[in-house]
Write a protein that binds this ligand. Structure first.
Ligand code: C2O
Ligand code: CU
Length: 472
């Protein structure tokens, strides 16, 4: 077989890609502006094989009559939403639940009015009502969507879905598999148990009892033998931090939707709630050979999903996978930047005030000493007011013995330095702060509005580890 250049790989891949692109068996759709309807509703799902059904919360997709190509998701999981970088996207949220909801498009740098935070960027969408979302994603990559109201319940009960924003010049791989990783807090009867324990909320968070990928336990996907598979992994659990490992040659292409300048060999990778990784895996040559994607965190590693090699080997070389294109993220002017401290701390425990939108009734955490009780219209000021177009450096310090995935809406930041890492990640919207980590995060405040900044361990967010920045 002649040595493959990147160009021949792209050409050769196009034919095989079609039959494997939907390996996850989930819905895909072209990113046109024809509005689709996202119907937030209850559903039934069998999350434990042979077990009872669970009454979940999810979204069903229905298209305008002109659009087509969607397959219903067999598991009942939220559809994968496919968009195209730089092209308009529109969706009507219809609320068929029995409580208010919204959609937040995690990681997308879109106008504030589309950000989906009730009381802050839009009104609640009440049962029976709808809301029209329309925006143009500026960046390509793997993102996700979820409500921003009563989230421990709504996300915990199923409402976390993956978004793929395609760049038309993305390399074509031999297969693409999208994995939505999350847990469920279920009892033996398949019903939901208490969403959290206060003593765990005051520590690392409360874990689920059932672990899934795409709402299945350790699902298996087929991929061409000897082929290069793009895995798009989104960690959408409300609590769990994964340490992902894979027993085949693999390289990281992008983290949190932003490309690494050079794909780097995957050893293990920590992914906190809210984070995503794009990984290319070189499948084994032998028909039937199995690759295992595992969670290596903690003392009992377990299987997240497996890939089984099919067909005669395509004989690809992992090194054929080049870097993905960089997203158009502004470079901050570090020398002229104002510096803002962000202290992530525990706080004296006390009862929180009541909240319309899902307060957990406790306060354990704070940012810059102010605990924010969740999604309430609480009259507290933004943590900082930023001037549109100016550069800022946040000196963030995790003064707790727990890891916290800190997420900023609407803006992407560069990690300039950290006392805990030798390799810095590409620009991101979510940094998994390690215990006692101190880091410098730089950004250009180029998107006006009020942008939430919070821990994505939802129990932490809802018990005080939440705030917002105002860009004017
Ligand atoms: Cu993933 Cu405030 O959001
Ligand atoms: Cu946290």
């Amino acid at each position: 077989m002649p040595a493959l250049t990147r160009r021949t790989l792209l050409k050769a891949s196009a034919a095989t890609a079609a039959s494997f692109a939907l390996g996850a068996g989930l819905a895909a759709r072209p990113g046109t502006a024809a509005p689709l309807t996202l119907d937030a509703r209850f559903g039934a799902a069998r999350l434990v094989e042979g077990g009872a059904e669970t009454r979940v919360m999810t979204w069903a997709l229905s298209d305008a009559p002109s659009a087509s190509g969607d397959a219903p998701s067999a598991s009942g999981a939220p559809p994968i939403l496919r968009m195209k970088q730089g092209q308009p996207f529109a969706a009507k949220l219809l609320n068929s639940l029995d409580e208010p909801t919204t959609v937040h498009w995690h990681g997308l740098r879109i106008p504030n009015a589309m950000d989906g935070v009730p009381e802050m960027t839009q009104a609640y969408v009440y049962p029976g009502d709808s809301f029209d979302y329309a925006f143009t994603p500026p960046d390509a990559g793997t993102f996700w969507y979820h409500p921003h109201c009563n989230t421990l319940t709504q996300m915990g009960h199923g409402m976390t879905g993956v978004i793929v924003v395609e760049n038309p010049s993305d390399p074509v791989f031999d297969a693409e598999i999208v994995l939505n990783l999350r847990d469920w807090r279920l009892g033996a009867d398949g019903g939901f148990i208490a969403p959290f324990k206060p003593r765990d909320a005051a520590r690392g968070g409360t874990y689920g009892t059932v672990r899934t990928a795409n709402w299945q336990r350790a699902p298996q996907f087929e991929a061409p033998a000897g082929g290069l598979v793009r895995l798009r992994i989104a960690a959408t659990d409300v609590t769990r931090i994964y340490t992902v490992g894979i027993d085949a040659p693999a390289a990281v292409l992008a983290l949190d939707s932003n490309a690494l300048t050079l794909p780097s060999v995957l050893e293990t990778l920590d992914l906190g709630p809210g984070q995503r990784a794009d990984i290319v895996v070189r499948m084994p040559d032998g028909e039937g050979a199995i690759v295992t994607l595992g969670n290596l965190r903690g003392s009992n590693p377990w299987t997240i999903a497996t890939l089984v090699a099919r067909g005669s080997s395509l004989k690809r070389d992992l090194r054929e996978a080049g870097a993905l294109a960089a997203n158009p993220i502004a470079r901050p002017d570090i020398a002229g930047a104002r510096r803002i401290p962000l202290d992530v701390t525990a706080t004296a425990e006390h009862k929180a005030g009541t909240s319309l939108c899902g307060s957990l009734g406790y306060t354990f955490w704070a940012i810059n000493k102010v605990p924010w009780p969740g999604d309430t219209p609480d009259p507290i000021a933004p943590l900082a007011e930023l001037k549109l177009g100016q550069s800022y450096v946040f000196q963030i310090a995790n003064r707790t013995p727990h890891a916290h995935p800190i997420h900023l809406h609407g803006l992407t930041f560069h990690v300039l330095s950290s006392n805990k890492r030798s390799v810095l990640p590409p620009p991101t919207d979510t940094i998994l702060l390690q215990p006692d980590e101190q880091a410098e995060l730089a950004l250009v405040a180029d998107n006006p509005g009020d942008w939430m900044l919070h821990c994505h361990i939802i129990e932490h967010q809802k018990t005080g580890m939440s705030s917002y920045l105002r860009v004017v």
